[in-house]
Design a protein around this ligand. Structure first.
Ligand SMILES: [Zn+2]
Length: 418
């Protein structure tokens, strides 16, 4: 670690229930911040790295990182992620918008609030249908992009304090949406308390996040990174929500999205009418062992097997003189590469459609990020799909690369060549 870099501190209490420190079950070593892509002029410096370890709360079952990083290490003005680049996510969001308008009878007098609204890709679909919205997005680049797209956006972190100010301004939300953000929240209880404060009496909160059940079942250890403090089961979400007077009323599963996403719907306990989906998903999670430490303890062995198999596969191909590139400069790629010890000696470059990432380098592994056009220009023999969650989309886009003999490697749940 370079001098002047703030150190990580061990978590001493559960982020949700405040119970004893989470019990460690998976160590991915010490790795750089996954989304902190390296610029060409920063290649001489060492990337600061921090422990990446995961534990289980034996009191409320919440899976969480065992070390805490200063928030500024994670969210800086350079944060390169803009959501509108994934076709699958845009389609999924459009359907969510249309379903909510119908099921909640939303109209010109309604208010939809989205927390972590990014570049406004979701709220824009409400605006186009005449429904008032408010985006909450702390990162300046995406917030500016959202405003330019006609989505009113507050550049702030969401929590109880902001919710109180919004209510004081006369706002109450008929729908609150929080997709792929709850795992990033340092103060989980303030965040959920914010829902309770801002939500109208008969309002609905929809929270989406990859589920920890799919993470375990498919060995998706690369979805662990410093920006993701918590890994949620429905069991842990129910416990968290109840602490703030909110009740789960529905759970939906989207197996294809981010490797297995769950959408939890909540209402004020007084207004809540849970559907059968809640008990059904809770029962399945208990059957899968998600409430017990034992299930998590075996996961560490699964992860080491995947890492060893992948490195052996790549080394074998290199020994045969094959060239290998990678697809997808997302955070999960950085975790996979750095926790497995894969660098430029095995993989030449990575491609990504996001123009904000091109010209930079994956932290730690230091793979250069290029335009996907490089695949046809250089025609590497193999393409490791770091963004395996959108493998169908990538393989469809890369028909020409495949037609010229290119092969695909999918790293999880076990490394395979397609
Ligand atoms: Zn807990």
């Amino acid at each position: 670690m370079s001098s002047g870099t703030p150190a990580a501190t061990p978590v001493t209490a559960c982020r949700s229930c405040g119970g004893p420190a989470p019990r460690l079950f998976l160590s991915l070593g010490s790795t750089p911040i996954a989304n902190r892509l390296v610029r060409a002029d920063g290649l001489d410096a060492t990337d600061p790295s921090f422990p990446l370890e995961v534990g289980f709360c034996e009191a409320c079952t919440l899976v969480q990182l065992t070390h805490e990083l200063p928030a500024l290490e994670i969210f800086d003005a350079d944060y390169p992620y803009f959501s509108s680049f994934s076709d699958m996510l845009v389609r999924h969001s459009e359907k969510h918008v249309i379903d909510l308008i119908a099921s909640r009878n939303l109209g010109p007098d309604s208010l939809v609030v989205e927390v972590a609204s990014n570049d406004g890709y979701l709220l824009k679909a409400f605006v186009e249908r005449g429904i008032p919205v408010l985006g909450i997005e702390p990162t300046p680049g995406p917030a500016a992009a959202a405003r330019a797209a006609g989505v009113p956006t507050r550049e702030e972190f969401f929590g109880a304090e902001l919710a109180q100010r919004l209510v004081a301004e006369g706002l109450k939300a008929d729908v609150i949406i929080a997709n792929n953000v709850m795992a990033h929240v340092p103060d989980l209880n303030s965040f959920v308390e914010g829902f309770r404060i801002l939500l109208a009496d008969d309002g609905l909160v929809d929270v989406e996040n990859p589920g920890v059940g799919a993470l375990l079942a498919h060995t998706e250890f690369d979805t662990v990174y410093h920006e993701h403090f918590c890994y949620f089961s429905t069991i842990a979400v129910q416990s968290l929500m109840r602490r703030h007077g909110l009740e789960l009323v529905g759970v939906e599963e989207f197996a294809e999205l981010h490797g297995g996403t769950l959408r939890w719907s909540m209402q004020h306990a007084a207004a809540a009418k849970p559907t059968a989906s809640v008990d059904s998903v809770l029962g399945a999670e208990h059957d899968a062992g998600l409430a017990t430490f034992d299930r998590y303890a075996t996961f560490g062995d699964d992860v080491r097997a995947v890492q060893q198999d992948l490195v052996a596969l790549l080394r074998g191909l290199r020994a045969e003189g094959r060239t290998i590139a990678a697809y997808g400069a997302a955070a999960k790629g950085a975790t996979l590469l750095n926790s497995s010890g894969i660098t430029t000696d095995l993989i030449d470059f990575v491609v990504d459609r996001n123009t904000h990432k091109q010209g930079r380098y994956i932290p730690g592994a230091r793979l250069p990020i290029l335009d996907p056009a490089a695949l046809l220009e250089r025609q590497p023999d193999y393409l490791l799909l770091l963004a395996w969650n959108v493998k169908k989309e990538i393989m469809a886009q890369q028909e020409e690369y495949a037609a010229h003999g290119g092969r695909f490697i999918v790293p999880v749940p076990r490394p395979v060549v397609l």
